[in-house]
Design a protein around this ligand. Structure first.
Ligand code: 6PG
Length: 265
């Protein structure tokens, strides 16, 4: 059975505009989830691109801080580096500094991955955390309202790196992943969990992403080399929020900066 994926992309002129668009998108998607179900369960990624959006969301001088329904959020992570929560590399630390320290969230709304533990243990503890928070039974998968992803210049997303074990993990919700060429371990949501979310978007910026972004979106499927191609949401829709440099090799947008692609797989 062939599946269709509709890819919608928004292209902003520069990194500042990209961060504003992303902040606005977080607020709107949280509002939609709250209207639908009373709360918004959001999973976020690390990386430099979301950081700028998180800083805007946490800034009392910016409109988004006052607009976000903070008391209705449950915040989860897509992936984590295997370091303590105050480590330079920690995705949690980045988010805490950019957002959590300034946002009115209660500790029980923040569900971090424990990068300081043995990777396998951290993955199974996070899986239990998801099972409890989402009240899952048996083989049920969680359905996040929104998952925010980044994309590396090597085609990775979340901590699903090219030619790594985690690309084959279809039964777990969360897995430890050894990344040999970085000589490191990561903890990551598995791709079936990401694809089950109500909404999934990529936030991608910079000229060094143009080539890989175009390959991920338009080249024949080769998920071992381009793990970002595993992201094929069950909703049939994938959103990309991009800056002009990252979007340079995609088909031109309309005058509102919006473009569409369709894939079959
Ligand atoms: C991480 C990530 C990762 C990230 C991409 C893009 O912790 O490394 O979650 O998947 O999103 O590498 O990162 P940039 O936004 O820095 O390009």
């Amino acid at each position: 059975m062939s599946r269709k994926l509709r890819i919608i992309y928004y292209v902003e002129p520069d990194a500042g505009a990209l961060a504003r668009r992303a902040a606005q998108y977080f607020v709107e998607m949280a509002d939609e989830a709250v209207d639908r179900r009373g709360r918004a369960r959001i999973a976020i990624s690390g990386g430099s691109t979301p950081k700028a959006a998180f800083e805007l969301l946490g800034d009392p001088g910016q409109p988004w801080r006052g607009r976000m329904q903070w008391d209705k959020l449950d915040l989860f992570w897509v992936d984590e580096r295997c370091v303590p929560p105050d480590g330079q590399e920690s995705n949690y630390r980045m988010t805490r500094e950019a957002l959590l320290d300034r946002a009115p969230l209660r500790p029980e709304q923040i569900h971090r991955m424990e990068g300081e533990l043995d990777p396998e243990e951290a993955a199974s503890r996070y899986e239990s955390e998801l099972r409890n928070s989402f009240r899952l039974e048996g083989a049920e998968l969680p359905r996040f309202d929104l998952i925010a992803l980044g994309m590396g210049p090597d085609g990775h997303t979340a901590s699903l790196f090219p030619h790594t074990e985690a690309l084959h993990e279809m039964n777990r919700l969360v897995t430890a992943n050894h990344v040999a060429n970085k000589d490191t371990w990561r903890i990551t949501l598995t791709w079936p969990v990401i694809n089950r979310a109500s909404s999934v978007f990529f936030l991608v910026s910079g000229a060094d992403k143009a080539q890989i972004l175009n390959e991920v979106m338009a080249a024949p499927l080769d998920v071992e080399r381009l793990p970002s191609q595993l992201i094929w949401p069950a909703s049939g829709i994938l959103t990309l929020i991009l800056d002009k440099s990252a979007a340079a090799m995609l088909p031109a947008t309309d005058e509102e900066g919006c473009g569409f692609l369709e894939r079959e797989g």
